[in-house]
Write a protein that binds this ligand. Structure first.
Ligand code: COA
Length: 165
């Protein structure tokens, strides 16, 4: 799968070689960092839902989105077991912000979820991360509830959900 975004940036499935760049972007852009084994495990288990944005000319990774597919109760209530696409982490290298790369990573991974009959997508976001919240709302995610002290520094999280079917 390769989606051309602009002349210079393409969205594609992550490969093991991309992981050092992904880990570096995660460390530089987000307070929530994960060990290499965490990313490796997700790439092995859910390769369809681990995407990178790369510069076409140099193959440099400038962004990523990584998800986990889970079974559970619907986030908005109910007792049937559904398939959920949990967006675990999304980040774009700062010099490449505001060019539509984050939006395209999310749109592409949501398309993959729809193709595979995933029932809903959910994610957690810091309550003060206005830019990310706006992006998720633009894509159809809704705030379901606040998660007090969700983050290690005590910041409240928002649980956001988008129904896919
Ligand atoms: C959140 C994040 C992933 C967004 O990535 P991004 O690539 O900058 O996002 P986009 O460019 O798709 O969208 C951001 C804005 O740029 C605008 N934009 C999109 N394409 C554009 C273009 N071609 N030209 C100008 N502006 C554009 C969008 O309209 C959007 O503005 P809006 O929010 O007012 O609608 C990025 O800010 C980031 O990595 N932040 C740090 C990590 C983080 O917070 N991750 C989320 C944790 S839950």
């Amino acid at each position: 799968m390769v989606t051309a975004l602009t002349d210079e940036v393409i969205i594609k499935h992550a490969e093991p070689d991309n992981l050092p760049s992904v880990i570096e972007i995660n460390r530089s852009e987000l307070p929530e960092n994960y060990p290499p084994s965490f990313f490796m495990d997700l790439l092995e288990r859910f390769p369809n839902y681990f995407l990178v944005a790369v510069l076409a000319k140099s193959n440099e990774v400038v962004g990523y989105v990584v998800c986990r597919i889970e079974m559970g109760f619907p986030s908005e209530g109910g007792f049937s077991i559904v398939k959920k696409g949990h967006v675990v982490s999304l980040a774009v290298r700062k010099p490449f912000h505001n060019r539509g790369i984050g939006t395209m990573l999310m749109k592409t991974v949501l398309e993959e979820m729809v193709r595979n009959s995933i029932d809903e997508s959910y994610l957690e976001v810091r309550i003060n991360n206005e830019k990310a919240i706006r992006l998720y709302k633009k894509l159809g995610y809704k705030v379901v509830r606040e998660l007090p002290h969700y983050y290690l520094d005590g910041t409240t999280g928002l649980l956001m959900v988008k129904k896919l079917r």
